[in-house]
Ligand binder design. Sequence first.
Ligand code: SF4
Length: 306
Amino acid sequence: MAEPLLGGMAQTAADRSEPILRCGNTNCGGCGMSIVHQFLGRAAGDRPVQLVIPTCCAIVAAGPFPWSSYGAPVVATTFASGASVATALAWAAKLNGEKTRVICFAGDGGTFDIGMATVSGAAERNEDILYLCYDNEIYGNTGGQRSSATPRGAATTTTPTGNELAKKDIVGIMAAHRIPYVATVSLAHPDDALRKMRDALDMEGFRFLHVLSPCPTGWKSEPGDGVELIRLAVKSGLYPIYEVFGGRRFVINVEPEMTPGALENYHAKQGRFRKAGIDLSRVREAIADEWDYLRARAAQGAARNA
Ligand code: SF4
């Protein structure tokens, strides 16, 4: 009998009887990516999963070979090849008749920048992958350099006086591939986050989740403030929570309260913005523009379905 192709690697929650990312990992205290892993483990439940992690803090978190902080099988890849390796594993699982859900778990550097070619290729081919980008808005594992996910005004090691460029619209780019599912995920809204992760795990084709992930080290924030920062980002409208089906149907999941002071607090709690002295009126304009666009797209989708 032929050996299964790259098979037998997936594990279920029952197999691992532990979270996806275990205690004793090397993440900084208060790292948002640790919370993303906890959510993902809960969402996965007893589904068999296989992680593919391109270069980023999440692969550093595994610790030195042959040990691993992961309670699930992981393939480490270069920055640029995560989506390609995930493609191969997804096809191997399919050819072997396995129900493995292949998850590419990547940072913003490996998604917005260096991995964009393979991410776009896998999306265009609609490969059967869940691609989760935890976005800490810098190259965290190499010391905090600017990426194209870094917001305007944030100080990084390569933009010490503040980044002058706008953050890349990765959700819009992925939606433009007309893949089955794209969504933003808030760590401050667990019900919505878990529902989206479960839905994305169960769908077929290329699914993309974007999670804004607090990084106390790079954001120069208090480790205990991470979830509160995300709550402020959502309340202020800075981080819109929505999903896009088939690149066409936009659904807004959380209405921003536009709470007075939320935007100010979000920025005041992070040293990366204090250094450069950010112009919040410009940020407000960008938020208003983005919400005009999202509301128009959501209305179009609703009208089409009426
Ligand atoms: S540098 Fe940031 S993203 Fe990386 S482990 Fe530390 S807190 Fe997490």
